[in-house]
Design a protein around this ligand. Structure first.
Ligand SMILES: [Zn+2]
Length: 470
């Protein structure tokens, strides 16, 4: 089965040009002008962009949290992602202390099996480091192709690991070619501030933001960056929300440390005032780290433009307002943290970034697809349109205007944090490995068709000398 997409404008992180794309056996087999080879199906994409499928490096699907489970699982979550132009997700596999890591990975495979409609991989959470864990990690990299580990510096008494665990994870990652990811907030200070607020009777959602100020994020970001420098390892800071933390990453990079930063579209278009909405509606916007004062938005765009931040993840983690977010009524610390964001990441960044002149169209592709594919060992199969790459292609109309709403979104959740946001540009059709998942804005994929991705090791561009720590 050969497909030919004619007359589209191909955009990668490096180029923008008009050409035809031939697809065979799930791969791009030829790119050129006036391709006339026999194809079983020919599509005309005149006036449309052909982007590499979006790579979302940060999702939480079917994840237990705070006594409940996210509203979207691998089926509804990946369908919504596909509608939005995302063809690869990297989801966080949570682990339990004292239990084999492989058991947790098996559980995550079960969650995805028969459900995912696009390709997916896992990051592995590291909550403790002991001999068993150290013995298991090399085989997880080899056999499972999981080449990124996540350490939480926050969520005291739940997910939080101490600095010793972070440092040993950095050393192990360096040795075996993995990338360490951190949720960078000072969990001990947050724990104190949260308890103090509650004791003083401050229980509304806005206190979720006020008890996790930018300083606790910046402090943890700087601490993790310093430990990375000391270990001569590599670090990826997830969901950077504020200029204070972005500056810590810039500072580390000026020293030559391999520190990368991700932000999310919600931190670029929403702000702390949303948490102050009346009738407990602020709870819809509770995520960690929290939304910030609006002045941080332009600072984050600048950091993306200047190369201090490198990717956009969605941090999809959906809970219904009714029955789930409501668990935090009368106590903001019990609001399940997270927002439904997987669907419109691609279009929001195109609209707010490219259309508003903040980033170029090539920078856009790099931020929503290419860079994450490279950092997480999936390039060039993912993250670009090139001969030999997977035919994950978004056929995108850059001129459609629409308004985001829970009435029309495809996530399995009762609100949309971007409700009412007017954006320009929308995926018309989306292919995963050469097969349509979305065709003319309708889902035509099949649950279970998404494939698990074994990923390559983190490639270190620097030859690193031996350290005394190993
Ligand atoms: Zn997250």
């Amino acid at each position: 089965m050969k497909k030919l997409i004619k007359n589209g404008t191909i955009v990668t992180a490096a180029d923008e040009y008009k050409a035809d794309v031939l697809i065979e056996n799930g791969k791009v087999s030829a790119i050129g002008h006036d391709l006339t080879k026999h194809a079983d199906e020919v599509m005309d994409a005149a006036g449309l962009y052909l982007f590499p499928g979006g790579v979302d490096p940060h999702t939480h699907l079917d994840m237990p949290f705070g006594g409940t489970v996210t509203a979207d699982d691998y089926e509804t979550g990946t369908i919504a992602a596909a509608y939005g132009g995302t063809t690869t997700v990297l989801d966080f596999c949570l682990t339990n202390k004292g239990e084999p890591l492989k058991d947790a990975i098996k559980e995550w495979h079960e969650k995805a099996k028969g459900k995912a409609v696009i390709d997916y991989g896992f990051h592995l959470m590291i909550s403790e480091v002991n001999q068993e864990v150290l013995n298991e990690l090399p085989s997880i990299i080899d056999e499972e192709g999981i080449t990124s580990f996540k350490v939480f510096m926050a969520y005291k008494n739940v997910f939080q690991a101490d600095d010793g665990v972070l440092f040993q994870t950095l050393l192990t990652a360096k040795e075996h070619g993995a990338l360490v990811m951190v949720h960078a907030e000072n969990g001990d200070v947050i724990d104190y501030l949260v308890n103090k607020a509650l004791k003083e009777g401050n229980t509304d959602p806005i206190y979720h933001a006020l008890t996790r100020p930018p300083e606790v994020e910046a402090e943890a970001t700087g601490r993790a960056a310093h430990l990375t420098g000391l270990a001569e390892s590599q670090l990826y800071v997830v969901h950077v929300t504020c200029s204070d933390a972005a500056e810590k990453i810039a500072e580390a990079r000026r020293k030559g440390y391999q520190v990368w930063g991700e932000t999310c579209q919600q931190y670029l278009v929403l702000d702390q005032n949303d948490l102050a909405k009346p009738h407990f509606e602020g709870a819809k916007y509770a995520c960690s780290p929290p939304l910030r004062e609006s002045r941080h938005q332009e600072e984050l765009w600048k950091a993306l433009k200047m190369g201090h931040l490198h990717t956009i993840g969605s941090d999809q983690c959906s809970f219904n307002f009714k029955g789930q977010k409501e668990l935090g009524k009368g106590d903001f610390s019990k609001i399940p943290n997270g927002m439904p964001t997987i669907e419109d990441r691609f279009s929001i960044i195109f609209s707010e970034g490219v259309k508003k002149g903040r980033i170029t169209i090539n920078e856009f592709v790099d931020l929503v697809s290419t860079r994450a594919a490279k950092l997480f060992g999936m390039f060039p199969e993912k993250g670009t349109i090139a001969v030999g790459s997977d035919a994950d292609i978004v056929i995108f109309d850059p001129n459609i205007e629409r308004t985001i709403s829970a009435d029309t979104h495809h996530m399995n959740v009762d609100y949309n944090p971007f409700e009412g946001l007017k954006i320009t540009g929308e995926p018309v059709s989306v292919l995963s490995r050469g097969e349509f998942v979305i065709r003319d804005k309708k889902f035509v994929g099949k649950p279970g068709s998404g494939q698990y991705l074994k990923r390559q090791r983190y490639y270190s561009p620097l030859k690193i000398k031996e350290t005394i720590f190993r």
